[in-house]
Design a binder for this molecule. Structure first.
Ligand SMILES: Cc1cc2nc3c(=O)[nH]c(=O)nc-3n(C[C@H](O)[C@H](O)[C@H](O)COP(=O)(O)OP(=O)(O)OC[C@H]3O[C@@H](n4cnc5c(N)ncnc54)[C@H](O)[C@@H]3O)c2cc1C
Length: 311
């Protein structure tokens, strides 16, 4: 079966939903596709304290409001997994399992996912002590202890940021040395709140609704040690910074990329006319809701101008 629209948006996280609001408001026939339904990464978090105007919203609540706005302006959101794309002709083809969409413009908003430790307990305690975003969640760990997992640039930089809130930050690194740039290491080593456990991995995270202990394994001796929260605190934080995985494999060999992230210009244009990329899946310096929504608005306005001139 084929369906046609003006603007097809792949991904219903904050970037894709904002693009839909702007495109639909410009009276373009707009469809948003998402393989798991609207939400994206922000639906994983209980508090979005830094998105302007909604300090008390949970991630799911913020998404619910965005979805209402999308529907209010007449765009539709479909539960679909995109399996391939063909951007060779002016009318782009986006292939899902049962439907192929034909669109005048496509906005890619497939996001990214933090790389997980993949240990028992991690998934169940996301947003309950396990966080992948220091900018978002550092404040919740004011005067608590924090473990940072990883030894690269972002682990140390985010670790140092966390020391502004946490009473102690312990970096847990698989290798027997840190891999962050020397300049970052020098700065981190001067920070009294930063501590290091090298040749160590996180084997398990435990807690009943909130992180209560972490099991660490020494890679040299295979010895497992369970570390419990300070009884006065009852909990502590665990921040894995072991990389991000952009959801861009569909576009390999089609859209220009850098380290798996799709390259755009300031108008969110990719190397293919009529194809835009927004949010966490594009090359950018700050991956947050506020930047994802900004990208979405810009791309929709650009797509509107493109469609008007081209078709
Ligand atoms: C735990 C956590 C807490 C966070 N807290 C905050 C915070 O407090 N404040 C803040 O500003 N930011 C926060 N962030 C970051 C924020 O969530 C992201 O920057 C934002 O969600 C990026 O939006 P996006 O629309 O680009 O991508 P995403 O939110 O990743 O959405 C992408 C969507 O694309 C869909 N998709 C992917 N591939 C396909 C496909 N092939 N077919 C169909 N659909 C597809 C996915 O299902 C997903 O719904 C947090 C992130 C995490 C992980």
């Amino acid at each position: 079966m084929t369906k046609a629209c003006d603007v097809l948006i792949i991904g219903a996280g904050p970037a894709g939903l904002t693009a839909a609001i702007y495109a639909a408001r410009a009276k373009l026939n707009t469809v948003v596709l998402d393989k798991t339904g609207p939400g994206g990464q922000i639906a994983l978090t209980g508090e979005v304290a830094n998105y302007p105007g909604s300090p008390d919203d949970t991630g799911p609540k913020l998404i619910e409001k965005m979805v209402q706005q999308v529907h209010q302006f007449g765009a539709s959101i479909e539960l679909e997994t995109v399996v391939s794309v063909d951007f060779n002709e002016p009318i782009k083809k986006v292939v899902c399992k049962e439907v192929t969409y034909h669109a005048k413009a496509v906005i890619v908003a497939t996001g990214a996912n933090p790389r997980k430790i993949n240990c028992p307990g991690e998934d169940a305690l996301i947003g309950r002590g396990v966080s992948y975003c220091a900018t978002c969640d550092a404040e919740f760990f004011t005067d608590l202890e924090v473990f940072v997992v990883g030894g690269g640039d972002s682990a140390l930089e985010e670790g140092m940021f966390l020391t502004k809130f946490a009473k102690k930050v312990t970096v847990v690194q698989l290798l027997d040395h840190l891999t962050a740039a020397k300049s970052i290491q020098e700065k981190a080593l001067k920070n009294d709140k930063m501590h290091y456990m090298l040749s160590t991995v996180v084997d398990e995270i435990k807690g009943d609704g909130i992180v209560e202990s972490i099991v660490l394994k020494d890679m040299k001796t295979n010895e497992r040690t369970e570390y419990f929260a300070d009884p006065d605190d009852g909990t502590f934080g665990i921040f894995p910074f072991i990389g991000y995985i952009p959801s861009s494999s569909l576009f390999e060999g089609i859209l220009d990329m850098e380290d798996g992230y799709i390259k755009t210009d300031a108008q969110m244009r990719t190397n293919i006319e009529g194809v835009y990329t927004v949010g966490d899946v594009r090359v950018k310096t700050l991956r947050q809701v506020v930047t994802a929504t900004g990208d979405g608005a810009i791309a929709a306005v650009e797509a509107e101008k493109y469609i008007e001139n081209k078709f």
